[in-house]
Write a protein that binds this ligand. Structure first.
Ligand code: AGP
Length: 625
């Protein structure tokens, strides 16, 4: 979603802002803008453009046409008001006394607008952000604090108390050259210290934006305010008390966020899955005298706490929810603990029954998804222990959960998740096997066999990737189709949901995942000549049933693709095209079957000439509810 970058230092700000914004492009946006202040003339230049960042680059000669060493920039993903240059950020008050960029949503903006209009303010955009800018302006004007900095801090604090909703803000005050302010509530914000030729401070809503300049960052927490100059950084709480906050070192570098010779980030990330899954599994599997054991102590979750678990809730959105759907089955089958997958966006609204003994596992790549964060908070309020399965270190969900099992996928740039999905699944297999071992629902031999199978997964994912040319050929053939169904039963239904989501988000082809047995209860009426049906059949005991459902679809004119492990060759009698994946423990088959589905979506998107990494209307991190 929206991205924020700010810089104050010795270098010209505009090229740094544009470069930082380009690193956040993957988050999804529809317009962009920068505000840069020229110290000589005290003038703040604001330039905004609809569409891709290249438009803004052209308008500013890649930043060279806008002079000044202090500025803020933004990529906007429209919520209030259409995508347009006018509604793009920065937003500002009269004579640019206050200039802001904002991520999040000001929920009470209507009410603020009305009261500001009564005070004589006029609005020129349809955005919620403008209300925050003008409110800040009014508080700044009203303040009688002795210095400009104290006036600014007081105004920001008052504004934070008055607005409802979520925000990460970058702020310039017209009469304070060389000073940049920031504030946060429920929307991520980091500050990096730059040394050497870039000396100064950078502000950003996400790590990739600062990696070209520094790896030493401070995470701004909720209801904190920062004041940055070239040499100094001060952070305050909402009561105005100054805080001591540690700098942390970002482990991954800028190269990890580059395409590495691949045409798209998505393809690069698909190929990183063997490494990412290995990095997530291996450090948590220890050799002991009696065999291998799973050690989840790095998460902060003790064996004692896990032993007491009587019910598991797996909560997430989109692909993270699909991981939860698969993990639910694996946990129930192995540990014999009731488990449910929950859509985070629905969870709160049905007043969930959360009994003692429940463990809530919140799954999120970004760690910033607003609905998942809200579900986590609800669980915590209700005294339910929470475990986050998160990729982005230091993200809100990671910091607020009682325990965190990090997935070591590395930065995921493509909007369509691939390696984060696979590592979340791997992390939850570890939880399932560990729970089962602690509860004694599997014996030692089964535990050892499952762990061995987990360790073999990265190499098997590698083998699943080897079949990509055939998939590319098939994708080219199917690129013009209009409707696709993905069907399967049990775990295969969970895989189908992910395959269908991948396809629709990047190819814009209508697709649905259906529990194979449900097809004949309604949706089969949609099957006709030209519809592609992908049957996922990785579960031996369900194989024949799914094949029967494929036969029913074929009789109505569907073109069929089968996806099954090597050895299940009988499927060829029914389907038009088959993809085989290596054999593994049936409960872990999701990790292999998802790979061809990712490739299918990728190649279809390429064949249709679409923007694979940045699909229309979508954002990488959904920080609004
Ligand atoms: C998947 O390809 C999507 N981009 C989306 O469904 C995503 O999984 C969802 O928005 C959740 O994001 P999170 O993992 O960062 O919480």
């Amino acid at each position: 979603m929206c991205g924020i970058v700010g810089y104050v230092g010795v270098r010209q700000a505009a090229p740094i802002l544009l470069d930082g914004l380009s690193r956040l492009e993957y988050r999804g946006y529809d317009s962009a803008g920068i505000a840069v202040r020229d110290e000589q003339s005290a003038h703040i230049e604001v330039v905004k453009a609809k569409g891709r960042l290249t438009n803004l680059m052209q308008m500013t000669d890649s930043g060279r046409a806008v002079s000044g060493t202090c500025g803020i920039g933004h990529t906007r993903w429209a919520t209030h008001g259409e995508p347009s240059a006018l509604n793009a950020h920065p937003h500002y008050s009269k004579e640019k006394r206050v200039v802001i960029v904002h991520n999040g949503i000001i929920e009470n903006y209507q009410e603020l607008r009305e009261s500001l209009v009564r005070k004589g303010y006029t609005f020129s955009t349809q955005t919620d952000t403008e209300a925050a800018a003008l409110l800040l302006d009014s508080y700044y004007a009203e303040s009688s604090a002795p210095s400009p900095r104290e006036r600014a801090l007081e105004a920001i604090r008052r504004m934070m108390i008055r607005v409802r909703g979520s925000y990460a803000l970058g702020i310039l005050f017209g009469d304070q050259p060389g000073v940049l302010y920031a504030a946060r509530k429920d929307s991520p914000l980091i500050i990096g210290r730059c040394e050497g030729e870039n000396e100064g401070h950078v502000l950003a809503s996400d790590v990739p934006a600062v990696l070209g300049y520094t790896r030493r960052v401070v995470y701004i927490d909720n209801l904190e305010i920062a004041c940055l100059t070239r040499e100094e950084l001060h952070i305050y709480n909402i009561d105005g008390e100054e805080l001591e906050k540690p700098f942390v070192e970002i482990r991954w570098d800028a190269a990890a966020a580059e395409k590495d010779g691949f045409e798209h980030f998505m393809m690069k990330e698909i190929h990183e899955q063997p490494r990412a899954v290995r990095d997530t599994l291996s450090p948590r599997i220890r050799e002991e005298e009696g065999g291998r054991v799973i050690d989840l102590s790095d998460s902060g979750m003790t064996d004692e706490a896990l032993s007491g678990v009587r019910r598991v809730l797996l909560i997430g959105c989109g692909s993270a929810y699909h991981v939860g759907m698969a993990a639910r089955t694996v946990i129930e089958q192995l540990a014999r603990v009731p488990a449910d997958a929950e859509l985070a966006s629905e969870f709160r609204y049905r007043s969930p029954i959360l009994e003692e003994g429940t463990l809530a596992i919140v799954i999120s790549q970004s760690g910033e998804t607003a609905d998942s964060l809200a579900a986590l908070r609800l669980c915590r309020e209700r005294g339910v222990p929470t475990l986050a399965v998160v990729n982005v270190v230091g993200s809100s969900i990671a910091r607020e959960a009682d325990a965190v099992l990090y997935t070591w996928a590395g930065p995921e740039i493509s909007v369509a998740t691939t390696k984060a999905y696979s590592t979340q699944l791997a992390a939850l297999y570890l939880v399932a096997v560990k729970l089962a071992a602690l509860r004694g629902s599997i014996d030692d031999a089964r535990e050892q066999a499952l762990i061995a199978e987990l360790l073999a997964l990265p190499e098997k994912i590698e083998r699943a990737l080897a079949d990509k040319e055939r998939l590319q050929w098939f994708a080219n053939k199917m690129a013009a189709c209009r409707d696709v169904f993905f069907i399967g039963r049990g775990l295969d239904y969970a895989i189908s949901m992910e395959g269908s989501l991948k396809l629709k988000e990047i190819s814009y082809i209508h697709s649905e995942a259906y529990a194979a047995g449900e097809l004949k209860h309604g949706a089969i009426s949609l099957i006709e000549d030209g519809v592609l049906v992908v049957g996922v059949a990785t579960q031996p005991e369900l194989f024949a049933k799914t094949v029967s459902n494929l036969t029913e679809a074929r009789s109505r004119g569907a073109y069929l693709m089968g996806l099954t492990p090597y050895g299940q060759y009988a499927i060829e009698d029914t389907v038009n095209f088959t993809v085989y994946v290596p054999r593994t423990e049936a409960l872990f088959a999701t990790s292999l079957a998802v790979v061809p589905l990712q490739l299918l979506a990728y190649y279809i998107s390429c064949a249709r000439g679409l923007d694979v990494d940045k699909p229309r209307n979508l954002a990488k991190s959904v920080t609004v509810e």
